[in-house]
Design a protein around this ligand. Structure first.
Ligand code: PLP
Length: 413
């Protein structure tokens, strides 16, 4: 029996013309000239639009889509998303400012995140965005600041659920967490939110991130609906927004495949009528970051040197982990695996002209790796290396100050 090595899902979102990758219909070498240099991130607006349309067509119509801005806070991209989704979730005052610069109404922006300062609470309340309360202390401070401003803060209660999202890339609920209030403590805090006179909007229950398992997502959504139904009895006002989290993953590594939305949609279809009975005024929203934007972006860096060390080929590029930390394997990976990578200026190799290469960034650390012994077309100085699946958690999640090199440009094409 032969075992074949798992390979990356084919990267078919972007076109190839004359051996060169295209982003938004522009050949990569031309785009590099337009940007004025490398490295850069390019996001394809057609792919962003298409991804939202695909979700809308796949999920029940009643499901609202929220974009989690932390996945990609580039202002032009957030502006583009404002015309496509029903709400934004932000996690800092800076993200809130980017969201408020778009046509998205403040009431459709929610602000989550532990440890909000009085200054951040003040900005959010003044703006009229919905505060996702993470603790009793935040509830009390929000009420006090609301009194000072003469405004009634709009609030959601963020719940740390009493279940875990099993096989997700990142668990963010269940067990002891810094996020939200434990489900067991929620009834008391819900009553307190009423007593404090806060304008209660509903619940946010987020259990995890980056899951490619349909059953994990379906189970988490069902547990979330059950929990919301239980908690509604103690709510000080009707739930008008039930944010059930998201967690939809995208395939990054060999052997992974895209999520099948159909069983998820079927489960939502089954739950929506039950939730209409239990919480008649509730709009049900899912919040997604990487699923909306991750596959629409590439990181592009240029080969500046080609060398051989003890029989292995190294392509050295002008950018790496300082811009695309996740692709280097240093953002939460236990065992380093390659992101999908291509030579954007040599997409197809003539027969016999592929080689096994290491692609490394320019930083003085062995952690700065973009590809570890990957079979790729033979490339040389001047060629452009492309890291796919780079539309989410790129520059804003990378240590751009490390080694004091220039930041990467970002363009929406
Ligand atoms: C980070 C985060 C998200 C987005 O996660 P993705 O994996 O990018 O979809 C959504 N909701 C909350 C509360 C988050 O913290």
């Amino acid at each position: 029996m032969s075992h074949s090595k798992p390979v990356h899902a084919p990267q078919t979102h972007f076109g190839v013309v004359d051996n060169c990758l295209q982003v938004g219909g522009i050949p990569l070498h031309r785009l590099a000239q337009r940007v004025g240099g490398t490295p850069f991130f390019a996001y394809d607006r057609g792919l962003l639009t298409g991804r939202v349309a695909h979700l809308r067509a796949s999920l029940p119509q009643a499901i609202q889509l929220h974009f989690s801005v932390k996945a990609n806070p580039m202002p032009a991209l957030v502006q583009h998303m404002a015309g496509l989704v029903d709400g934004f979730d932000v996690a800092s005052a800076s993200e809130m400012r980017v969201a408020l610069d778009t046509p998205m109404p403040p009431a459709s922006v929610s602000f989550a995140g532990p440890g909000k300062t009085d200054a951040e609470l003040t900005q959010a309340i003044a703006a009229g965005v919905v505060l996702s309360l993470e603790s009793p202390n935040e509830a009390v401070r929000a009420a006090r600041i609301g009194d000072m401003l003469g405004l009634r803060p709009r609030v959601l209660l963020r719940i740390n659920p009493d279940f875990e999202m099993k096989s997700s890339g990142m668990k963010m609920g269940g067990g002891a967490r810094q996020f939200g209030v434990d489900a067991e403590e929620a009834p008391a805090l819900l009553r307190k939110v009423g007593a404090l006179g806060l304008d209660f909007h509903g619940l946010q229950i987020f259990s995890g991130s980056q899951s490619l398992s349909v059953s994990t997502i379906v189970d988490a959504q069902s547990s979330t609906f059950e929990l919301a139904r239980r908690l509604a009895d103690d709510a000080p006002a009707p739930v008008v927004l039930l944010n059930i989290g998201g967690g939809f993953g995208i395939p990054y590594f060999p052997g992974e495949a895209a999520l099948d939305l159909r069983p998820i949609a079927d489960n939502l279809d089954a739950w929506l009528p039950r939730m209409r009975d239990a919480l008649p005024q509730a709009n049900v929203a899912i919040e997604l970051g990487r699923y909306l934007v991750g596959e629409a972006g590439v990181y592009v860096t240029r080969v500046t040197d080609r060398k051989v060390s003890r029989g292995q080929v190294f392509l050295v590029t002008d950018g790496g982990m300082n811009h695309q930390l996740a692709a280097s394997g240093n953002l939460g990976q236990v065992i380093r695996k390659n992101y999908p990578v291509a030579i954007g200026t040599r997409m197809e190799a003539p027969a016999g002209e592929t080689e096994s290469v290491n692609i490394v960034g320019p930083l003085c650390t062995p952690l700065d790796i973009l590809a570890d012994r990957m079979p790729l077309p033979q490339a040389d100085v001047g060629d452009l290396v492309v890291v796919f699946q780079s539309g989410a958690y790129g520059p804003s999640a990378s240590p751009s100050g490390f080694l004091s090199r220039p930041a990467a440009a970002e363009v929406l094409v």
